[in-house]
Structure formats: C-alpha cells, structure tokens
Design a protein. Structure first.
Length: 325
C-alpha cells in the first residue's frame, strides 16, 4: 500500500517572503515570520500506483496542465528521495478559496509533501520535510511546523523554518475580510520574479531583515501593538514593491482600501486591530481573542466584504487519523 493522507493549514506572514535570493531553490531574499491558520485547511491523499502519468484532482476538478506539472515536479523530488518510479493519484481538497491570496499553495504543498513522503515509506525529520515542502512552494515550509514560525535565511544562503512558539502561546486571531474569492490574476511566482525590478526592493529586503528580531520578540511577549506595526508596514512595503515592479502588479482593489481605512479608524478610536495583505485583495485583520467578535461584526458590516473567516494559531502538517486506507 503506497497511500497516505495529510492535512496542512495555510499561514499568514507578518513579515513577508517577496523576492528570492535563489529562485530555483526558493531561498527567500529576507527572513519571514508567520502564523499557521487553524480553521483553514487542505487535505491531500496521495496514492502511488503503476500509472502512465500522475493524476491530480483539486477540489473535485482535474487540475490544469500547469498545476499538474507543478505537482508532478514535486512528486519527482519525493520519488528521487525514495528511489521509486511509481506515478500517483493525488486528490486535494481545501475548505477555502484556492488562489485568492489565502496562501493555498502553502497548505497544498505542505500536505502534498507529508502525504507523498509517507506514502513512499519515508519518515523525514521536520526540518527536512519543511525544506522539501519549500521546493514546491516557498511559503509551504512555514506550514510544516506549527504555531508561530520563522523562516530564516542563513549566511551560506540556505533557509530553514522553525516554530518559535506553539499555537497555545497566544490567542491571536486573524479575521480575514474576503472582498474577492476569484483566482488572483498575477501569481506570487511572477511577483517574486519581478520584485528586483522595483527600486524599492533592496530597501524592503533590508528593512524586513532588520525587523525580524523585533517581530519575533513581539510574538514572544504577546505584544499586539508592536507586531501590528511591523506587519502593517511590511505589508505596505511588499505591495509598494509589487506596484513599482516591471510590469507593475496591483493586488489591492477599492474594497481593499476601504477595509484598510476602516481598520485604521477603528484602531484610532480604541479597538486594537491591525491589518496585513498577501498577494491578493483580501485583508487579514489581526486582533486578540477578546476583540474577535467585534472585529468580525464590524468587518462583515462593511460594503464590499463578502465573508469574514476567523482563524486562530494552528498546528503543523499532520497525517490524517485515517491516513492509510
Ligand atoms: C505574499 O509561497 O506562494 O503570501 O514560492 O512561488 O510558491 P512560491 O510563492 P508563495 O509566496 C507567498 C507570498 C506571500 C507572502 C508570504 O506568505 O510570505
């Protein structure tokens, strides 16, 4: 039996990965820090058999040729490690919109990596599993460990992700205001490639590297004001880099800006809430558990907000209870 099922969650970065030091190995230009999002998840079953080619079904639909190739290339890495030439049937399901800037590639490649390695009998240590997931999608390396995770870049240009605090360390909430769940027009792959063409890129990479220790400390001390300031600034800088790249990439819409302004107003009026935005128009609003319901209610009442998802710190990638069937 060469079959296994794994579950992984996406993550939201407070300091973003945007641009590479080594594109082929998905080594980022700067360290990043994120939180695993518990209630969003991807569940992936990998079943290796004698087939002519890999078959990939995502959310019940046969994957596009480009998506299938990306999955197959990742399976090739696992096959090479295990010394196998079996092809696989891959079935992946997410409980949230894929490709809408909710880091679906992170949960997808984290779950795929754990399921595929287990199915071929490999029992990799966490660090190796995370490094392998990174080759599928950079941010996936931050969805292998649980809780609050730092993805470090080392002087020899290697990169590793490790948990800096478990999920129960801090009841931080991410209230995600969905203003669009359509598939994003420009993939983050193109964004990473284009980043160095922005004159702001070098300055952001330097700033993100300098801010990483303060971000880690804010998490360790459960200091939302410090974390929020760092997260908002880096999100705006990442998008400033995207908007000034060649060609320019605009992920924000009018609705994005409306939510950003509302969050700033609420905060000025005393509600401790901060925002960050990934490679899409949706807004992640960070607050503590005590203010979660209020933030969710206010976001839901804003025009243009279709839905509000609420996530707390989640665990790392895991095999499903019924993982071999
Ligand atoms: C904006 O991990 O999706 O979410 O390595 O090309 O798969 P690839 O990129 P990806 O980039 C994530 C970009 C981001 C910021 C972040 O999560 O750090």
């Amino acid at each position: 039996m060469h079959r296994a099922t794994a579950i992984a969650h996406p993550n939201i970065a407070f300091i973003k990965y945007w641009g590479h030091a080594d594109a082929a190995l998905h080594v980022p230009a700067n360290p990043s820090i994120s939180m695993v999002l518990d209630c969003l998840q991807t569940r992936t079953t990998v079943d290796f058999r004698v087939l002519r080619k890999d078959e990939v079904i995502i959310d019940g639909i046969t994957a596009s040729p480009a998506a299938r190739t990306r999955v197959s290339e990742h399976l090739d890495r696992v096959r090479a490690l295990a010394g196998s030439d079996l092809r696989a049937r891959v079935r992946s399901e997410s409980n949230f919109a894929v490709g809408a800037g909710l880091a679906s590639s992170a949960s997808a490649f984290a779950a795929l990596t754990l399921a595929a390695t287990t199915a071929l009998g490999l029992d990799l240590p966490l660090q190796q599993l995370s490094a392998l997931a990174r080759l599928g999608s950079g941010s996936a390396c931050r969805s292998i460990p649980g809780g609050f995770v730092e993805w470090m870049v080392h002087p020899d240009r290697s990169a590793t992700a490790r948990s800096i605090a478990p999920p129960e360390h801090w009841a931080l909430c991410d209230c995600i205001a969905l203003v669009s769940t359509r598939h994003k027009k420009v993939s983050s792959i193109r964004g990473h490639e284009a980043a160095p063409s922005s004159p702001l890129h070098t300055a952001r990479v330097r700033d993100a590297t300098l801010q990483a220790p303060a971000c880690r400390q804010a998490i360790e001390r459960r200091n939302l004001a410090a974390l929020g300031r760092i997260a908002e600034r880096d999100a705006v800088m990442m998008h400033a880099v995207a908007m000034t790249s060649a060609p320019p990439i605009y992920y924000w819409t009018a609705e994005t800006m409306r939510v950003v302004r509302a969050v700033i107003e609420w905060r000025e009026a005393g509600l401790p809430v901060y925002y960050t935005i990934d490679a899409g128009p949706n807004i992640h609003c960070l607050c503590e558990a005590a203010h979660r319901d209020e933030v969710q209610r206010r976001l839901a009442s804003l025009p243009g907000v279709e839905q509000v998802l609420v996530a707390c710190p989640g665990g790392g990638a895991q095999l499903a209870d019924d993982h071999v069937s």
